[in-house]
Design a protein around this ligand. Structure first.
Ligand SMILES: [Ca+2]
Length: 344
């Protein structure tokens, strides 16, 4: 297993959002990443970027006449398998074998517990922006961002030119999502998506669709389906792409013939592509501070010293396509500016 994290002691990781994960009706709180034991741990690659090794590049040796284990006897699973066989030509025995190996992750069920229905907008909690900001606008985030940018300067510049996305925002997204690739998540994606599809209800339709995309992705790209790991909600790689985003927007930016978003170069190109497809405008302002207003383009962020008011522009909304939170988008914006000031 080569999707292992560098720091084995990490227990709680804050991942702020992920590409195309469905939006939470309330301001998202940082997610606690479920830690799942990975029984078939493989030696780590020297570069520590969690890319699947060549040995992983096959569909896996799965075959069974029926399903055993955590997913045995579930009508919904049988239905899904029939659907994948009929629509996409998967082998029934292959999927039976694969689901017989799948684990139900109780930690994931807990994290996907129902949330309160959205209420009418109220005043933000006192200091909520300050607390959020302090997680991401740290000296470590800024210095690591500059280091990540310098280490991958060619790819960042090439992505910026090709997709017309300001380079500091590519770097900052990767910083907020996975701390520049250091926290890409440890949950086996197949187990997470199977659990969310068949053992939770709130967003099961969405996750079943992501599971469909995931199985197609593993077949198209030659990933062993039980190898990739990521967030408890199925987000993968340095930019935390969901499987549908991977299939639509991930790019092979180092031209080695594989889309591998655990590799920084492919992740950099893929994040830039995502921004481009969502309407990013190069060299255009993102937001500026203003006075209180009833204009819907003016948002309020709460600090302990009082509220800040910001006029948000098109590019701010593009950042929110990654994660529909004003605090998230503002953190990305301010981290981007801080890294840029230090980089040049
Ligand atoms: Ca590649």
């Amino acid at each position: 297993m080569t999707h292992k994290l560098i720091a084995p002691s990490l227990v709680v990781i804050f991942l702020a959002g992920c590409a195309s994960e469905p939006l939470q009706p309330t301001n998202p709180t940082p997610k606690t990443i479920a830690i799942t034991p990975i029984p078939e741990a493989r030696p780590q690659k020297l570069e520590n970027y969690n890319s699947p090794s060549e040995a992983d590049m096959n569909g896996g040796d799965y075959s069974a006449m029926g399903i055993t284990g955590d997913y045995a006897g579930l009508y919904s699973v049988q239905n899904f398998i029939n659907f994948m066989v009929r629509k996409h030509g998967f082998s029934q025995n292959y999927l039976n074998g694969l689901f017989s190996q799948a684990q139900r992750l109780d930690s994931v069920i807990k994290l996907e517990s129902p949330v309160a229905a959205p209420t009418t907008p109220t005043k933000p909690h006192l200091g909520s922006w300050t607390r959020y900001r302090n997680k991401f606008l740290t000296e470590a985030h800024i210095s690591n961002g500059v280091e990540f940018w310098r280490s991958h300067a060619d790819a960042v510049e090439r992505a910026s030119l090709q997709y017309h996305v300001d380079p500091e925002y590519i770097v900052a997204i990767i910083g907020v999502e996975t701390y520049f690739g250091k926290n890409v998540g440890k949950t086996r994606i197949f187990d997470a998506l199977a659990t969310l599809s068949f053992y939770t209800e709130r967003r099961s339709k969405y996750f079943t669709s992501e599971l469909e995309h995931y199985l197609l992705m593993t077949r198209e790209e030659g990933y062993e389906p039980r190898q990739p790991v990521g967030s408890w909600a199925g987000a993968m790689g340095l930019g935390q792409f969901m499987p549908s985003s991977f299939r639509h927007l991930a790019v092979d930016f180092n031209s080695d013939g594989r889309r591998d978003i655990w590799h920084p170069e492919d992740a950099i190109g893929s994040v830039a592509h995502y921004f481009s497809k969502n309407g990013w405008q190069l060299n255009q302002p993102v937001t500026y501070q203003t006075s209180p207003s009833t204009d819907p383009a003016v948002i309020e962020l709460s600090t302990y010293e009082g509220s800040e008011y910001w006029f948000i522009q098109k590019n701010f909304k593009v950042i929110k396509r990654y994660n529909n939170s004003n605090k998230y988008a503002m953190a990305v914006h301010q981290l981007a500016q801080a890294i840029k000031d230090r980089y040049y």
